[in-house]
Design a protein around this ligand. Structure first.
Ligand SMILES: Nc1ncnc2c1ncn2[C@@H]1O[C@H](COP(=O)(O)OP(=O)(O)OP(=O)(O)O)[C@@H](O)[C@H]1O
Ligand SMILES: [Mg+2]
Length: 255
């Protein structure tokens, strides 16, 4: 499929949880990249509950003297029993500025991965932070702004939504992924307020979310529960949105 970036405008709506949930349900091999400049791996401390040590990640990529594409393959680690591999982010926010010159070449390497049958999901963390991976956001086929539906969340989302409608970026797409639709606003309210389409909605389901965010024991019938089902529906929407956009671009180039 492509490169899909997830980011938030405010709060901690569930970017890391959703990025991992999507990756674990993804129908093809996928690389999950922790590019949140806040530092401290949500994956190692959360999903893996500290049972996996940091050994290599983004910093090693930034320092590599070898071919970046080979270096990505070297630092990517598998999630056993799945088709997901992941690259961990920085250990600390103080390392974020060391990544400044990595993002643009990394964006190129990530887009080339598709040809090898691997898609990429980027956890870009909160927008606007020092060290934010903006070149990855600009290069992604689809940027998903993850948000809850409270007024403070929507107010912050609106200001970023405007920024992502810049004409220079009209070849790629931005959309909203809602968490907890209807608490209190629904998808139609949100897309009207922020002037971006809502691509998918995930239920507010703390027990199932904790499986991804804290490595909690899955609740009964987890696989067929509301959150995994909604993640699958989100994947279908992501796929059709990217396919449609590419088709439009191809048609545009021909005419
Ligand atoms: N769909 C959901 N339903 C209920 N709770 C959720 C959902 N998704 C995430 N959460 C919970 O929200 C909290 C924050 O999640 P997460 O760390 O993924 O957010 P984030 O946006 O990555 O935050 P940060 O900006 O701090 O990195 C966690 O406790 C997680 O379990
Ligand atoms: Mg996070």
């Amino acid at each position: 499929m492509a490169v899909i970036a997830l980011a938030s405008a405010s709060g901690s709506p569930g970017v890391t949880t959703t990025a991992l949930g999507l990756a674990l349900m993804w129908p093809r091999p996928v690389l999950l990249l922790e590019a949140d400049p806040t530092g401290g791996s949500g994956l190692l401390a959360g999903y893996f509950r500290g049972t996996r040590e940091y050994d290599a990640g983004l910093i090693e990529l930034a320092l590599t003297a070898s071919n970046l594409s080979d270096a990505v393959a070297d630092v990517a680690r598998p999630i056993e029993g799945t088709a997901v591999s992941f690259v961990v982010g920085t250990r600390s926010h103080t390392q974020a500025s060391a990544l400044r010159d990595l993002w643009a070449p990394l964006a190129e390497v990530l887009s080339e991965l598709e040809a090898t049958g691997q898609d990429v999901i980027v956890d870009a963390g909160r927008l606007g932070l020092h060290g934010s991976p903006e070149p990855l956001l600009d290069a992604a086929d689809l940027l998903l702004l993850v948000s809850r539906t409270t007024l403070p969340n929507l107010s912050a989302l609106r200001s970023w939504a405007e920024a992502f409608q810049r004409p220079a970026l009209d070849w790629h797409q931005s959309a909203v992924l809602l968490i907890g639709e209807g608490r209190p606003y629904n998808a139609r309210d949100v897309s009207g307020a922020v002037n971006l389409p809502v691509l998918a909605s995930l239920p507010d389901d703390p027990e199932s979310a904790a499986v991804f965010s804290q490595g909690a024991q899955p609740p009964k019938k987890f696989d067929t529960g509301p959150l995994p089902r909604a993640l699958n529906a989100a994947i279908a929407s992501i796929h059709s949105t990217i396919t449609r956009r590419r088709h439009e671009l191809l048609e545009g180039a021909r005419s």
